[in-house]
Ligand binder design. Structure first.
Ligand SMILES: Nc1ncnc2c1ncn2[C@@H]1O[C@H](COP(=O)(O)OP(=O)(O)OP(=O)(O)O)[C@@H](O)[C@H]1O
Ligand SMILES: [Mg+2]
Length: 284
């Protein structure tokens, strides 16, 4: 073995396995820069929450990471595969097999039963999942008994769990959720969050969730904060109170900055808020 081989082998064994690796990610829409150079890894088997003010680029980050949107520059690798190198057809296949996505609106087809909704993506791909496979997917989200019900016969939380079963039936390398509990009441939201946490703990399901809710974010192992399309900082194992304090710091700095443009003497406040947030970042 050469020195280079040894170096390569030890680097490979030292590198934590990343289900998603994002490097120098930029996404512009005309004059708007939604993402401005993001470097981020989502380690396999971990649960990450993405937070930040409205318009900070959270959805764009998820869409690019999930291969639903193409970056302007930079790279995204899912499960070791660089998405930029894939044709549309290969990207579609990878999305279908290796990536799960759930949205705030559950996006179930109302005329289909829960089981039919869960099986639909695979059927569209020309595959015919067995009844047992569909039932098992529903069982994983605690809905084995509701396979024959249509979405209108299910509560909001149950509908989101069907959407989760649909996203998870292929056992994807990563599950993305863009505000998956945003349309649910508090109790139902907590049930779905507990389920997401359980899927991570029980099955090692890598999960990345955008949320505005500090309580939701506190279910994650790690919370990353975006501001103006850039990574601002992160917290590990944070309580809802700590996440809320960080967000309040961000909002204070944004408010003070906006105020400072009109009124220069407001800058002192911006500095104070900025230091508070910086302290959280330093803690990580
Ligand atoms: N398709 C698009 N065309 C033009 N601009 C876009 C498009 N998608 C997003 N943007 C802009 O990119 C920026 C980031 O948007 P994004 O939806 O990622 O924000 P977000 O953090 O998810 O916000 P929210 O919390 O409100 O959902 C915003 O300024 C938005 O207006
Ligand atoms: Mg969004």
């Amino acid at each position: 073995m050469t020195t280079t081989d040894v170096a390569t082998a030890s680097a490979a064994s030292a590198a934590p396995s990343a289900a998603v690796r994002i490097r120098s990610l930029r996404r512009s829409y005309g004059d708007v820069t939604a993402l401005d150079g993001v470097d981020l890894d989502f380690a396999a088997g971990t649960f990450t929450a993405v937070m930040g003010p409205s318009g900070s680029g959270k959805s764009t980050l998820l869409q690019c990471a999930a291969g639903l949107d193409r970056p302007t520059s930079g790279t995204v690798a899912v499960d070791g595969t660089d998405l930029a190198g894939l044709s549309e057809r290969r990207l579609t296949l990878l999305r279908r097999e290796r990536i799960g996505f759930v949205f705030q609106a559950f996006n179930l087809l109302p005329s289909l039963t829960a089981a039919q909704n869960v099986a639909l993506p695979l059927r569209l791909a020309g595959r015919h999942p067995s009844r047992a496979a569909v039932r098992q997917a529903l069982a994983r989200v605690g809905l084995a008994e509701r396979a024959g019900h249509r979405p209108t016969q299910l509560s909001g939380g149950q509908q989101q769990r069907v959407a989760l079963a649909r996203a998870l039936i292929t056992r994807p390398a990563v599950l993305f959720g863009d505000e998956p509990t945003g349309a649910l009441d508090t109790t139902t939201s907590r049930e779905v969050l507990a389920l997401l946490r359980e899927l991570v703990d029980r099955e090692g399901q890598t999960t990345v969730m955008v949320t505005h809710d500090p309580v939701a974010a506190a279910h994650a192992d790690r919370v990353v904060f975006l501001v103006d399309g850039r990574l601002h900082g992160e917290l590990a194992g944070a309580s809802a109170e700590r996440v809320a304090a960080y967000m309040a710091g961000l909002e204070r700095s944004a408010g003070a900055e906006a105020g400072a443009e009109a009124e220069p003497e407001a800058r002192a406040g911006a500095g104070a808020a900025g230091r508070g947030v910086g302290g959280e970042r330093a803690a990580c």
